[in-house]
Ligand binder design. Structure first.
Ligand code: FAD
Ligand code: NAD
Length: 395
C-alpha cells in the first residue's frame, strides 16, 4: 500500500525541525519523509559571522545532516532543487530524478536583498553559507598580506554595508579578530579601518535605544566608524559610492543590507512579497492545500499586521509546529493555528560583549554574551541533545 509522500526542501532551522518532528510523530506506514538539501551538512547560519571574520573555524558552523536525523525514517537526498512544479506536484533536482510529493514543505531560506544597487552582486561579499564566509576570510587575509608590500590603505579598509543585526554582529567579530590579524601581518592596528555604513538614521533601526547606544559606544571604542543616514548607492571594484557621491576605497566590502526569499519560491508561481510567501495560520501557501512554507521563505504577520522579521527563532518554532500538526493532518485531525512566541533578541558584539532583550529584561555586556551562548547551544540541544551540545558547544 502506498503511503503519503512528504518532501521537505532545505535542511535549515525550519526544515530540520519539521523533518525531526514528523519522524518522531509518524510511523513508517503513515508517511514517507524525504529531506532535500544542497549540502551534506546543515550550516548554523547564526554562527556564520564568526568564520567570516576568522574568529572561529567554519567547521564549528556546520553539522553533518545524517548525524542529526533518524536516517531510518527520513530519506535524505543531497542535491540542489532547480524548480518547484506545483501543478505536477513534483520538485526538480539537479542530479536526481524529479521527486513526486503529496505534501510539500518549503524551507529554502533566503537570498541577499540588494535593492538593485549597482555592482553589489559583482563586487561585494555576502555572509550566506560556508563557502561564502570562507571566501570572505581568505580574501581579507590576502588583502592584509598584500598591504605589507603595497602599503595601500584600501587593502586594510573593510566596509560593512548595513548595520542591522548581521552587520553589527560581524563588525563585533572583526573587532575581536583585528589584533591577531595585524600581529600576523605586521600592521599597526590603528591603520585598519572598519566602516559600518547604514542608510537609516540609526544603527539597528527599531531596536531599544539604550542598547543601541551601548553597542555603538563599545564598537567605536574599538575603532569602528559608523556612517548613519548614508545609503550605499553603488559598489565598484574599488569600494563603495555613497549617496551624494562620496567614494570610500575598500578592498573588502561585505553587504549585510537585508534578505529576501529564495527565488525558487517566486519562480514556482506562488504569490510572494520580496520573495516571501504570506502564509495562512497553518503555514500553507495561498491556494495550495498541500504546500507549506516556513522560515525565511515565509511571511507571518503579528496582530498589528506587521511582518515578523525572518529569524532562526521563528523558523525553528514553525518547524516544531509543522512536525506535530502535519502529522495530525495525516491522521485526519485538524491542524491548530500557528502562534509565534517571541522569546527576545540577543546580538553578539564579539566573544565577550552583547546586547539583548529577553522577555522584558534588557541585557548588555558579559551577561548578554552569556545569554547569547545559551541560545546558540539550545539549537544544538534541539538537534542532538546534550551529547551534541558537549561535542559542538563551547561556553
Ligand atoms: P536556512 O537556515 O537558511 O536554511 C535553508 C537551507 O536550504 C540551507 O541548508 C540551504 O543550503 C538550503 N537550500 C537553499 N537553496 C537550496 C536549493 N536550491 N536546493 C537545496 N537546498 C537549498 N536569527 C536568529 O533568530 N538569531 C540569531 O542570532 C541570528 N543570527 C544570524 C546571524 C547571521 C550572520 C545571519 C546571516 C542570520 C542570523 N539569523 C539569526 C537569521 C537566521 O539565520 C535565519 O532567519 C534562519 O537561518 C532561517 O532559517 P531557514 O530554515 O528559513 O533557512
Ligand atoms: P536587516 O534587514 O535586519 O538589516 C539590514 C540593514 O541594512 C538595515 O538597517 C537597513 O537600513 C540597511 N540598509 C539597507 N540598504 C542599505 C543601503 N543601501 N546602504 C546602507 N545600509 C542599508 O538584515 P540583516 O541584518 O541581514 O538581518 C536579517 C534577518 O536576520 C533579520 O530578521 C534579523 O533580525 C535576523 N538576524 C538576527 C540576529 C540576532 O537575533 N542576533 C543576528 C543576525 C540576523
Amino acid at each position: 500500500m502506498s503511503v503519503p509522500k512528504i518532501v521537505i526542501l532545505g535542511a535549515g532551522y525550519g526544515g530540520l525541525m519539521t523533518a525531526k518532528g514528523l519522524a518522531k510523530e509518524l510511523k513508517s506506514n503513515e508517511a514517507e519523509i524525504t529531506l532535500v538539501n544542497q549540502n551534506s551538512y546543515h550550516y548554523v547560519t547564526t554562527e556564520l559571522h564568526k568564520p567570516a571574520a576568522g574568529t572561529s573555524h567554519h567547521d564549528h558552523a556546520r553539522l553533518s545532516i545524517p548525524s542529526v536525523i533518524n536516517t531510518k525514517r527520513i530519506h535524505f537526498i543531497q542535491d540542489r532543487v532547480t524548480a518547484i512544479k506545483l501543478e505536477e506536484k513534483e520538485v526538480q533536482l539537479e542530479n536526481n530524478e524529479a521527486l513526486k510529493y503529496d505534501y510539500l514543505v518549503i524551507g529554502l531560506g533566503s537570498a541577499p536583498e540588494t535593492f538593485g544597487i549597482k555592482g553589489l552582486l559583482e563586487n561585494a561579499f555576502f555572509i550566506r553559507n560556508i563557502a561564502s564566509v570562507r571566501t570572505i576570510r581568505e580574501h581579507m587575509e590576502y588583502m592584509f598580506s598584500r598591504y605589507a608590500n603595497e602599503k595601500k590603505e584600501e587593502l586594510i579598509t573593510i566596509v560593512v554595508g548595513g548595520a542591522g543585526f548581521t552587520g553589527i554582529e560581524y563588525v563585533g567579530e572583526l573587532v575581536d579578530r583585528m589584533p591577531e590579524l595585524c600581529r600576523d601581518y605586521d600592521i599597526p592596528l590603528e591603520k585598519v579601518r572598519i566602516i559600518n555604513v547604514e542608510a537609516a538614521p540609526t544603527v539597528l533601526p527599531g531596536f531599544d535605544k539604550e542598547l543601541v547606544d551601548y553597542a555603538v559606544k563599545y564598537l567605536e571604542s574599538k575603532g569602528v566608524e559608523f556612517l548613519i543616514s548614508t545609503p550605499i548607492e553603488e559598489c565598484t571594484e574599488d569600494g563603495v559610492i555613497l549617496k551624494g557621491g562620496q567614494e570610500i576605497k575598500a578592498a573588502t566590502v561585505v553587504w549585510t543590507g537585508g534578505v529576501r526569499g529564495n527565488k525558487l519560491v517566486e519562480e514556482s508561481g506562488i504569490e510572494t512579497m520580496r520573495g516571501r510567501v504570506k502564509v495562512d495560520e497553518t503555514l500553507r501557501a495561498p491556494g495550495f492545500d498541500n504546500v507549506f512554507v516556513i522560515g525565511d521563505s515565509s511571511l507571518v504577520f503579528n496582530e498589528d499586521e506587521r511582518p515578523y522579521p525572518p529569524t532562526a527563532q521563528i523558523s525553528t518554532q514553525q518547524g516544531q509546529y509543522l512536525g506535530k500538526n502535519l502529522a495530525a493532518l495525516l491522521r485526519g485531525e485538524e491542524m491548530k493555528p500557528f502562534k509565534y512566541m517571541p522569546k527576545g533578541t540577543v546580538a553578539s558584539l564579539g566573544r565577550k560583549e552583547a546586547i539583548g532583550v529577553v522577555g522584558n529584561k534588557k541585557l548588555k555586556g558579559g551577561a548578554a554574551a552569556f545569554m547569547k551562548k545559551v541560545i546558540d547551544l539550545r539549537w544544538f540541544y534541539l538537534l542532538g541533545g546534550f551529547s551534541l551540545v558537549l561535542r559542538k558547544g563551547k561556553l
